[in-house]
Write a protein that binds this ligand. Structure first.
Ligand code: ATP
Ligand code: BTN
Length: 287
């Protein structure tokens, strides 16, 4: 059963302009996204909710009921926004853009190694097209902003795969901070407003992200992660920096971060060898 609530007659708060620091309750209107998507609009079916538990959970339920590739759920509020490994994702209607995209691939999930990295490339590409100049990528699923005072998390990507005999479906969840979130976070957080003179219209922003995703996912589908490896590498935050890999809070290895290979595996040069880390179930920390 769907748990989301669509924007509609019962809105408690007044609707403000589409986006802006002063808007009371920013809400995506799918009709207004279409013109920004242009010829790509036929590839996406956007549904905008005032609130749901998590756009990824909501989209997974819709996928189980047969929703087509290109279905998008965007929500102003998530009551249970999720990060990796059950972590919480903080968002607010004014300060965030939170959405999930369903994409279906033929073949098994093993074909899709590096997909969350490829999604990072798409997010960076879209934000750069809007003028952002300091977007960087951290393995495996973070989009960072490079600032004078150091790196801060700008967006998080959560890719959830499930396969059956027809192929593999990816629920791609993206949480983008428009404004730096308030809250107790492990790593500093930033907002897109920290890298642009003014925030773009929210519909234009979503369309830009979807357009870049269509481009990158098509290329990924045809050529795997190798098709976007150099684009990831170019934006890699910690290239050549000393890093520590943690597994369950314990140090797994230390070395110099060399970036990623054509499968999206992280390469770390330790004192004895070049370690290749494919599993995202580890934490990467710069030293
Ligand atoms: P790891 O490298 O261990 O994966 P991570 O900080 O990248 O560390 P993720 O699971 O990728 O961890 O991201 C979830 C984390 O992001 C949460 O634990 C929380 O600290 C942080 N977080 C939650 N909401 C936001 C937000 N809106 N902006 C930035 N960071 C957030
Ligand atoms: C992470 O950094 O761990 C990933 C965070 C992903 C957050 C987005 S917000 C939209 C979608 N819905 C969720 O519950 N999570 C993702």
């Amino acid at each position: 059963m769907a748990t989301g609530s669509r924007r509609g007659a019962n809105l408690a708060l007044p609707e403000g302009p589409a986006l802006g620091h002063n808007s009371a309750m920013p809400t995506i209107d799918p009709v207004l996204v279409k013109p920004f998507l242009g010829p790509l609009s036929g590839r996406f079916d956007v549904d905008s909710l005032e609130e749901c538990d998590s756009t990824s959970s909501e989209l997974s339920r819709r996928a189980d009921r047969g929703a087509p590739s290109g279905t998008v759920v965007v929500a102003d509020r998530q009551s249970a926004g999720r990060g990796r490994r059950g972590r919480n994702w903080l968002s607010s209607p004014e300060g965030s853009l939170t959405f999930s995209l369903l994409w279906r691939f033929s073949g098994p999930a093993t074909r899709l190694t590096g997909l969350s990295l490829a999604v990072g490339v798409a997010v960076a590409q879209a934000l750069e097209e809007l003028g952002a100049a300091h977007v960087r990528l951290k393995w495996p699923n973070d989009v960072l902003l490079e600032r004078a005072e150091g790196f801060a998390k700008l967006a998080g990507i959560l890719v959830e795969l499930s396969s059956d005999r027809r192929g593999t479906q990816a629920v791609i969840g993206i949480g983008l901070n428009l404004l730096a979130p308030a809250g107790d976070l492990l790593m500093p957080a930033a907002g897109l407003a920290d890298d642009l003179p003014s925030l773009p219209d929210r519909h234009r922003l979503l369309a830009g992200l979807l357009g870049a995703l269509a481009d990158v996912l098509d290329r990924f589908d045809a050529g795997g992660f190798a098709a976007v490896q150099s684009e990831w590498q170019r934006r890699h935050a910690w290239q050549g920096r000393p890093v520590t890999i943690l597994q369950d809070e314990a140090v797994e290895c230390e070395g110099i971060c060399l970036g990623v290979d054509s499968d999206g595996a992280l390469l770390v040069e330790t004192a004895v060898c070049i370690k290749r880390i494919l599993s995202g179930d580890v934490s990467l920390r710069v030293r």
